[in-house]
Design a protein around this ligand. Structure first.
Ligand code: NAD
Length: 379
């Protein structure tokens, strides 16, 4: 099987699907690996590093895509010089990438029409069996870490308490909203930097995890069911959302930093921090809204921008994992290696659709759309 690794074409995407270490592992397993020239430069891997690992370097993008039996990518296929990258793939090729299948189902339909077998990294089930293939988690963890660092670097005061000869400096107060993978890592990082941290999530199940990191859980009794069977948050009713806002208003007001990470799969991120809440914060406070990729959790967030609202610094970063491309690529490549080893037996793809990992992550096969949620998103 010929694996191809393209240079990511999306603006600001510095990650690469395979790092030299995973290339050599694939080669030991009997795969051939083609890497587009310059594919690893954003993550500080040179063509020479890939060649030393056993890859063949290909200079043109369309040649690389055309030769692929299996194309491994980070961002969904895009456009180059007016041409759709996916049109370069040969029918029957396999594509594994983040594909934003619920946000852009038309692209998935186009892949089916082109007879591409596509696996969406967003749809790998969040089970213990699939943990080592779970790229949403590996990347969210990096985003949560970076969000806490951005907050610390932007705050005009320090995170830790300091007792000095010139007096005592109190610790910064950090509120994390959404305690999934990114939120938990943001809590852990802010704690390590010395802040006093509290956190809220609609899923009460995360309370213990929040507490085990040394943070306080903000309790808001919620009467409706807030989690799906798969453990994801459900969209809560307007009433519940209003109650949450009421309770959080006081917590936001007394925080120096608010880090928001709340997402509902396939939907716009819920607005949790309103303009009124931001207006009540002290001047110099910071909001880092890592749900900005999905519209943001704060009404003042402008995705991709840093703005100042009444003296409050509101940061809406896009694609935070790409700001730490070395480690983000390293763990993503490991996720891909585990998945491909799972799909390929005796040098061939063997797709057993009875298997939950395969049946959930495979979005197109044999010219057909396979995933019910993608079909629903299309209609
Ligand atoms: P996510 O990125 O989809 O959402 C982030 C957090 O926002 C979630 O914790 C969610 O509950 C919360 N949220 C949603 N709406 C909210 C609101 N209105 N107010 C406050 N918080 C809100 O979440 P994720 O990090 O991808 O995790 C999703 C689920 O997958 C979790 O249950 C997590 O434990 C689970 N998971 C399991 C595994 C595994 O078993 N291998 C691995 C990773 C994640």
């Amino acid at each position: 099987i010929k694996i191809a690794v393209p240079k990511e074409s999306e603006l600001g995407e510095l990650r690469v699907a395979l790092v030299p270490d995973t290339v050599s592992r694939f080669i030991k397993l009997g795969f051939e690996v083609l890497v587009q020239s310059g594919a690893g430069l954003g993550a500080h891997f040179t063509d020479g590093d890939y060649q030393a690992a056993g890859a063949q370097i290909i200079s043109s993008a369309d040649q690389l895509w055309t030769e692929a039996d299996l194309l491994l990518k980070v961002a969904p296929p895009g456009e180059q010089n007016g041409q759709q990258e996916m049109d370069w793939l040969k029918p029957g090729a396999v594509l594994i990438s983040f594909l934003d299948p619920l946000g852009n189902p038309e692209k998935i339909q186009a892949l089916a029409q082109r007879q591409i077998t596509a696996f969406s990294m967003e749809l790998i089930p969040r089970t213990s069996r699939a943990q080592s293939m779970d790229a949403l988690s590996s990347q969210a963890s990096i985003a949560g870490y970076k969000a806490a660092l951005l907050a610390a670097a932007s705050l005009p005061r320090m995170f830790p308490m300091m007792t000095t000869a010139a007096g005592t400096i109190p610790p910064a107060k950090v509120l994390v909203i959404g305690a999934g993978v990114a939120g938990l890592q943001a809590i852990a990082t802010a704690k390590r930097l010395g802040a006093v941290v509290e956190a809220f999530d609609v899923r009460p199940a995360v309370k213990e995890e929040v507490q085990s990191l040394g943070a306080k859980f903000v309790e808001i009794p919620i009467e409706e069911d807030t989690a799906t069977k798969g453990g994801y948050a459900k969209e809560v009713s307007q009433n519940t959302q209003e109650r949450i806002r009421q309770v959080l208003t006081e917590h936001v007001k007394k925080s120096n930093v608010v880090i928001t990470t709340a997402q509902v799969q396939g939907k716009r991120a819920p607005i949790i921090v309103t303009e009124e809440m931001v207006a009540e914060m002290d001047s110099g406070s910071v909001i880092v809204d890592i749900a900005a990729d999905r519209g943001g959790n704060c009404a003042c967030t402008e995705p991709g921008k840093d703005i100042c609202y009444n003296g409050v610094h509101v940061i809406g970063p896009l694609n935070l994992p790409a700001t730490l491309p070395v480690d983000a690529s390293q763990v993503y490549a490991k996720n891909l290696l585990t998945l491909v080893k799972y799909l390929v037996k005796d040098g061939e793809f063997q797709l057993n659709f009875e298997d939950d990992i395969i049946s959930e992550a495979c979005v197109t096969y044999d010219g057909q759309l396979r995933n019910a949620r993608v079909k629903e998103a299309l209609s």
